[in-house]
Design a binder for this molecule. Structure first.
Ligand SMILES: NC(=O)c1ccc[n+]([C@@H]2O[C@H](COP(=O)([O-])OP(=O)(O)OC[C@H]3O[C@@H](n4cnc5c(N)ncnc54)[C@H](OP(=O)(O)O)[C@@H]3O)[C@@H](O)[C@H]2O)c1
Length: 306
């Protein structure tokens, strides 16, 4: 809540305050009102409208964002009241739902447009996301949960970086699994045997999280926060596998290989397509032997080349 408020409401106000002498200088040189004279435009959102946040307009749930944009709208009006006598216009605009980093991943939205069975769900609130998925799946439950999101913050060993990596790479996949557990259980109850056709949780981990391999040449790539967080994820995968096996829910970790993504960089060995094909073929053939036992961590890339 505080971070959204700071970035979306307080910062635009502070920036306006800092630029006020310059804005006043321009305003003194003109007449009438508008951008040709002087204007402050805050890019807000319809989601910040208190009036519209009711009925269907309230379906998209994001308390921190909505509250911060409502505050920005109020601050815009406060500043407008104060600066209008000086000929400085101040207003808020809604840019529409746009294909940006915030609006949603372009490629994913493009795919969702082509294939109605793909739904893009925001993860502002894990609980809300699981409720939304439940409303889509009804009684069928969820067969496969893939926890893919991850970060690798390079740099020196600082507590903040250690904690951020740990939160995103280890704690969040566990919390997501916990929130989706009722849906996973629903699917598991409808099947027999073990595998993705019944119910599976797949955590995208990394060979860099292997304690065993972190020696000699395997230890050359130095990134304490990432390695520790993925080691923790591997342990949590095993913990969850132990607990959910009796219910027929498989839980495993995969290594996607060194992939040409934002994280892997352009020099990585595998294209996204190669990696995804490897991961999908591994996930598709999961069985009881992959659940919590020695084979519960699968390096997809190694499997692909042998
Ligand atoms: N690339 C490799 O060589 C490699 C090797 C081994 C393992 N892996 C693992 O593979 C997985 C995918 O990595 P990648 O290479 O695709 O990395 P990437 O290009 O950096 O993409 C990471 C994805 O995770 C999302 N994400 C990060 N933090 C998030 C958060 N707090 N909440 C929601 N989403 C978040 C990002 O979303 P935004 O863009 O919106 O931030 C982005 O879509 C990761 O778990 C990574 O550790 C990758």
């Amino acid at each position: 809540m505080m971070t959204n408020y700071e970035t979306n409401a307080v910062s635009p106000l502070m920036i306006t305050k800092a630029f006020l002498p310059l804005l006043r200088k321009a305003a003194k040189q003109g007449t009438s009102t508008g951008i040709h004279r002087t204007a402050v435009v805050n890019v807000s959102s319809l989601l910040g409208s208190v009036e519209l946040n009711w009925g269907p307009g309230a379906e998209f749930k994001t308390y921190p964002y909505k509250a911060s944009k409502a505050a920005l709208n109020m601050l815009t009006r406060c500043v407008a009241v104060d600066l209008t006598p000086e000929g400085i216009l101040c207003m808020a605009v809604h840019p529409g739902w746009v294909q940006t980093d915030m609006g949603g991943p372009n490629e994913l939205l493009g795919l969702a447009k082509k294939h109605p069975s793909i739904h893009v769900v925001t993860l502002d609130s894990i609980e809300q996301a699981s409720k939304y998925v439940e409303s889509l799946l009804g009684d069928e439950g969820l067969n496969c949960l893939i926890n893919n999101a991850g970060i690798n913050i390079f740099g020196t060993v600082e507590a903040e970086q250690m904690m951020t990596n740990y939160e995103t790479n280890a704690v969040s996949p566990l919390m997501i699994t916990k929130a989706f557990l009722p849906l996973l259980r629903k699917a598991a109850k409808q099947g027999t045997s073990t595998g993705i056709h019944r119910t599976a949780v797949v955590n995208v981990s990394s060979l860099l999280g292997s304690v065993e391999l972190n020696w000699g040449p395997g230890a050359e790539f130095k990134t304490y926060p990432y390695k520790a967080s993925k080691a923790a994820l591997n342990m949590l995968t095993r913990c969850v596998a132990v607990d959910l096996t009796p219910e027929g829910i498989l839980c495993m970790a995969v290594h996607p290989g060194w992939v040409q993504t934002d994280m892997g960089g352009p020099n990585a060995l595998l294209s996204k397509e190669e990696s995804i094909n490897g991961v999908l073929s591994v996930i598709g053939s999961l069985s009881e032997k992959n659940n919590g036992g020695e084979d519960s961590f699968i390096p997809c890339y190694a499997i692909k080349i042998h």
